[in-house]
Design a protein around this ligand. Structure first.
Ligand code: ADP
Ligand code: MG
Length: 229
């Protein structure tokens, strides 16, 4: 599903590379924690998967296609198959829950009929049944992240990328979001989640890829946040 072949990324000439010689392979259906300190290169790695940025060297394959030098038109097609969630939610503050989720369908030209049919289903899935009309400022942090996950999933992507999705949430709320991401993964969606939330990583014991200074230093099945044990 995702392959990095000797990928390096340097944002500016002379700057330290954000990623160095990264080789990873993520299969369909996997759940992967991407861990590492702030500035280690986690978001850079996720941005290479969505082709938001291009590698300086090496090749990135996503869903069977080389996206290293992808054209803008094809980026659009790629993104349809990838849902993304961020720490800061990135929702439209003046819009209600329904409209925030509907937007993701409207940009793909989905019909009003499809939108009215799909949104109640996806809101039920994320636990926001009956909250269609709530504005963003009426929601808690955990509820906002559920809206963001609904928006990411409403077009049924094969791959969900989550960049520190629990970073703004207290532990109980974070665990609720984690349960939801885990459930989504069990339904068949591949999930890659960048995090430095040790409690969550240690509780779920999924595959862990650890980055230090742009290098993959650990790729472990059922790993903990730090160390081997
Ligand atoms: P993380 O997500 O693990 O905190 P990032 O991938 O955001 O790490 O950053 C890795 C390195 O790349 C950092 O040194 C950061 O300052 C640098 N960096 C990230 N984005 C940019 C950018 N758009 N332009 C220049 N440098 C960047
Ligand atoms: Mg980041």
């Amino acid at each position: 599903m995702i392959t990095f072949e000797n990928v390096s990324k340097q944002y500016e000439r002379g700057a330290n590379p954000a990623l160095r010689n990264v080789d990873i392979n993520i299969d369909r259906g996997e759940f992967v924690f991407l861990v590492g300190a702030s500035g280690s290169g986690k978001s850079t790695l996720l941005s290479l998967i969505t082709a938001e940025i291009r590698p300086t060297a090496g090749r990135v394959f996503v869903l069977g296609k080389d996206v290293s030098g992808i054209s803008p038109r094809r980026v659009h097609l790629l993104r349809r198959q990838i849902g993304t969630v961020f720490q800061d939610f990135r929702l439209l503050p003046d819009k209600n829950v329904f409209d925030n989720v509907a937007l993701a369908m409207q940009v793909l030209g989905r019909s009003r009929h499809a939108i009215r049919k799909e949104i109640p289903q996806v809101l039920k899935m994320v636990g926001l049944n009956g909250k269609e009309k709530r504005k963003m400022y009426e929601l808690s942090g955990g509820e906002k992240q559920r809206v963001a996950i609904a928006r990411a999933m409403v077009n049924r992507p094969d791959l969900l990328l989550a960049d520190e999705p629990t970073g703004n949430l207290d532990l109980d709320t974070a665990l609720g979001i984690m349960r939801l991401l885990d459930w989504i993964n069990r339904q068949g969606t591949t999930v890659v989640m960048a995090t430095h939330d040790a409690a969550i990583v240690n509780q779920y014991r999924q595959r862990v890829i650890e980055i230090v200074d742009g290098r993959v230093v650990r790729d472990q099945k059922q790993g903990k946040y730090g160390g081997r044990f």
